[in-house]
Write a protein that binds this ligand. Structure first.
Ligand code: HEM
Length: 462
């Protein structure tokens, strides 16, 4: 069955396998010629059951019904979309009509309050304007030391393990190093004061006690902000940048409570995502030694280790791009239609939730050759010309894309370049590669690996 009229009884019984071609227009939002025909996408009769793996549920039905299907998830009417054109419409073309809502966002809001991730509408626009200056290129550049220090310390610990022939818990160590970078970037000179309170973030699962812990962390940030306001000093850290911001209408700065919501939002959004990618990169490099060798050759050509040089490592960027394609940490984005709309020929009633998965899109067999293979050369100059710009979207797209993208890319480049020049990691035991699609795409097990020293290549950090 192809899509059908919304009031047709047969709409509920789409049984036949179907693969629809994606709409050819860049933006799939054009309403059909006759507004009378309100077609809804095909989809399974049975609702999603909470015990099921949601990613697997979405994957199976995308395979069966094509790039759009309707279903019921957590009691809501959901359209799952899986083509660059549909994504373009929801995230760019008509983005104002699609608020960030859904179960995952509710869970996040419980812990983080009304920060940039969970807010919508005017509140979001105001917050985004106030936070944006902290994430420009010069602002990120000013945080260089926050990227360098934790990674240098981690490299030293792993070198020590290499000399002793010991193995290391890569997942654990990377998570802690990324947390330190995130906290140093946000809190600058106050890092030592706040760090002991935040260490649980690298360990805890996202349950109710985590939400309670986040409430305490918010009050620590609020207190810090108040202290800084009483005794002003120049701070180039992210909290300092946020405190400089003034609302364009009222001229007011963010209150301590608002700064606390944004601060905790940035810690959580910036930590697990980046840690997840780096964890997967170490796994992928151990499986692809020829990629690792090419990377090493590129790093060996560095004359100095500074912001500009690291940013110029083209093959390293390709490797990261391919890791983000195969294992995008935020595997699911959700939206809710505020008013009724059309996605291609399909009618979208107001209130419909839209689920879109970078994981499924970035492994879509129509868009990618050998989608499961790790091939960084896909992203070599001139090789991705045929692709729609949204065939990858690990950082989202449109006005609500990831505000920390440049920060995260810099952090990951520094981490890999600094460690790879001296070390390689190989699995100590059998290679566990399963993943869990929680809020982020995590490895099911921690990666236990053995660091091995390389013949040293001399570059000067600093
Ligand atoms: C590899 C690392 C990262 C990945 C893959 C990633 C991915 C994403 C994605 C896909 C979104 C959009 C979600 C949606 O549209 O529903 C997003 C939004 C966001 N990210 Fe990231 N992120 C990363 C790192 C960071 C970092 C380092 C920070 C801050 C320090 C950060 C802060 C945020 C915030 C605040 C938003 C909400 C933006 C808005 O709604 O205006 N992220 N991220």
């Amino acid at each position: 069955m192809e899509g059908c009229a919304i009031d047709s009884a047969s709409a509920q019984s789409a049984q036949k396998p179907l693969t629809r071609p994606a709409p050819s227009a860049r933006d799939a939002g054009a309403a059909p010629a006759s507004a009378e025909v309100r077609r809804i996408p095909p989809g399974p009769e049975e609702a999603y059951r909470t015990a099921e793996d949601l990613l697997e549920f979405m994957r199976t039905h995308c395979e069966r019904y094509g790039d759009i299907f309707r279903t019921s998830i957590y009691g809501s009417n959901v359209y799952v979309i899986n083509s660059p054109q549909y994504l373009h419409h929801v995230l760019l073309g008509n983005w104002r009509n699609y608020a960030r809502r859904g179960q995952a966002v509710k869970r996040i809001a419980l812990s983080l309050g009304n920060g940039l991730i969970s807010s919508n509408g005017q509140t979001w626009a105001k917050q985004r304007r106030l936070l944006q200056p902290a994430f420009t290129r010069p602002s990120v550049r000013a945080l260089w030391d926050a990227f360098l220090r934790p990674t240098t310390a981690l490299a030293e610990r792993w070198k020590d393990a290499a000399r002793r022939g010991a193995s290391v818990d890569v997942t654990h160590d990377v998570s802690h190093a990324v947390l330190e970078t995130t906290l140093r970037a946000i809190f600058g000179d106050d890092y030592e004061r706040v760090a002991p309170h935040f260490s649980l973030i690298a360990e805890e699962s996202r349950n109710l006690s985590f939400a309670q812990a986040c409430a305490q962390l918010r009050s620590i940030i609020a207190q810090l902000a108040e202290e800084r306001r009483e005794r002003p000093r120049e701070s180039r850290d992210i909290l300092g940048m946020m405190m400089l911001g003034r609302d364009r209408d009222s001229g007011c700065p963010m209150s301590a409570a608002e700064l606390a919501c944004q601060g905790i939002t940035l810690v959580i959004a910036g930590h697990e995502t980046t840690a997840s990618v780096l964890n997967w990169v170490w796994y992928l490099l151990s499986k692809h030694p020829q990629v690792e060798e090419r990377l090493l050759a590129e790093i060996a050509r560095l004359r100095s280790f500074d912001f500009e040089s690291v940013a110029g490592l083209g093959y390293l960027q390709q490797v990261l791009e391919e890791a983000l394609r195969t294992y995008p940490p935020l595997w699911l984005m959700t939206r809710r239609a505020l008013e009724s709309d059309y996605l291609g020929e399909y009618f979208v009633p107001a209130g419909t939730e839209i689920y879109l998965s970078p994981y499924l899109l970035q492994r879509h067999p129509r868009l990618w050759e050998s989608p499961g293979s790790f091939i960084p050369d896909r992203f070599a100059d001139g090789h991705s010309g045929e692709q729609h710009a949204l065939a990858t979207c690990p950082f989202g797209a449109g006005p609500r894309n990831c505000i920390g993208e440049f920060f995260a890319r810099t952090e990951m480049q520094v981490h890999l370049a600094l460690i790879l020049k001296d070390l390689r990691l190989r699995f100590a035991e059998a290679e566990p590669a399963g993943f869990v699609a929680d809020i982020n795409l995590r490895s099911r097990d921690h990666f236990l690996m053995r660091p091995q020293m390389r013949a040293c290549i001399s570059v000067n950090p600093g």
